[in-house]
Design a protein around this ligand. Structure first.
Ligand code: SAM
Length: 251
């Protein structure tokens, strides 16, 4: 992760879960849908790269106990371990982590892949996927959909956030801009917390277009099986803001 990243929610993982609520366990449910659609049988092991608080992995581990999560941030991993002590979590970097084993499914959810900013970093993260995959491993990515910004699409230059948890409340306004040459979405976010000075966040996210991502994955030996802009996995024109990708490691 770039040293310029500042994210209030990463310092307080419980607030991260509050700011990005996940009703009905919808992300792991989507993963299950992909397992059912693209694998002959559910995976017997799962690696979650950029696992954050570990909540997706915790849900999936009900059917698949051999789960491992890695994240760059000690705050996230500490929280994940405290909430889900039966699972294996470790602080590590998706560009360089080497666990000396393969997994039946590899997840990289909640925009974690977009932290690979340069082409070199993208290659490094894809190599991490390759090294932890065997023939038939299903890779699932969940990122912003750059195609949704085309032609007056879903790009918003401002987004509002709110955290309400156990008497604590905070709100934030995020402003978005592009570095078009580097294909980067730049987010600056200001938090207002009653009784405290304001907090400024900063983050850059690499943007990927569907065909570009397919090309990158194919070059590393992953065949793209589906790209969706919805968690029900309906075929659409990919005009919605998220992109969910399923790809399988070729023999
Ligand atoms: C928006 S959070 C998503 C967390 C989780 N996947 C989810 O969907 O709830 C992105 C995560 O990517 C992690 N991350 C960013 N750069 C990373 C890197 N180089 N290696 C490992 N994790 C990274 C961050 O620490 C953060 O927890």
């Amino acid at each position: 992760m770039n040293s310029s990243v500042r994210n209030f929610l990463y310092d307080y993982p419980e607030h991260y879960e509050s700011a990005y609520p996940e009703p009905n366990e919808e992300t792991p449910e989507m993963c299950r849908r992909m397992f059912a659609r693209f694998l002959a049988e559910p995976p017997s092991s799962i690696l979650d790269v950029g696992c954050g608080t570990g909540r997706d992995l915790a849900v999936l581990s009900r059917d698949c106990p051999d789960c491992c999560g890695v994240d760059y941030l000690g705050t996230m991993i500490q929280y994940a371990r405290s909430k889900h002590p039966a699972l294996h979590f470790q602080v590590d970097d998706m560009r360089t982590v080497r666990l000396q084993r393969c997994f039946g499914a590899i997840l990289c959810m909640g925009s974690a892949f977009m932290y690979a900013l340069s082409n070199e970093e993208v290659d490094q993260v894809l190599d991490t996927f390759v090294i932890h995959a065997h023939s038939g491993t299903l890779l699932i990515l969940d990122i912003n959909n750059a195609a949704s910004y085309l032609g007056g699409g879903s790009f918003k230059d401002q987004t509002e956030y709110a955290v309400n948890l156990g008497g604590f409340s905070a709100s934030a306004t995020a402003l978005h801009d592009f570095d078009r040459r580097r294909q980067i979405l730049v987010r600056t976010r200001t938090w207002s917390i009653p009784g405290y000075p304001t907090i400024e966040d900063f983050c850059e996210y690499r943007l990927f277009f569907p065909a570009e991502l397919e090309h990158l994955l194919e070059a590393k030996g992953f065949q793209v099986l589906g790209m969706y802009d919805n968690k029900d996995l309906r075929e659409t024109d990919l005009s919605s803001p998220r992109l969910y990708v399923a790809a399988i490691r070729r023999p």
